[in-house]
Design a protein around this ligand. Structure first.
Ligand SMILES: [Zn+2]
Ligand SMILES: [Zn+2]
Length: 87
């Protein structure tokens, strides 16, 4: 008797994202036929590092919170405001 069971570790079929889209605040409900598209979607939409923070004083945007914190240091005497994530 032969055992021909293939161990499939590659998922076929649609990949679905039902996570909350931070831009809209709603679930994406998007399906992707290729894993690559799904990965790219997650990297662009659900990547917290890509979320921008803004300086309340001059309106400049920064990709990273620590860059903004450093930016605030050039305003003497200004308290660094806390970044409140929108939920
Ligand atoms: Zn998504
Ligand atoms: Zn500024």
């Amino acid at each position: 008797m032969r055992h021909d069971i293939k161990h499939s570790d590659t998922q076929v079929g649609p990949h679905r994202c039902d996570r909350i889209n931070p831009n809209t605040g709603k679930p994406c409900n998007q399906s992707f036929s290729r894993p690559y598209d799904f990965t790219r979607h997650e990297a662009t939409i659900h990547n917290p590092l890509k979320q921008k923070v803004r300086c309340n004083l001059c309106g400049k945007t920064f990709c990273r919170a620590d860059a903004l914190t450093r930016h605030y240091q050039k305003y003497p005497g200004v308290e660094i405001p806390k970044q409140v994530p929108q939920t």
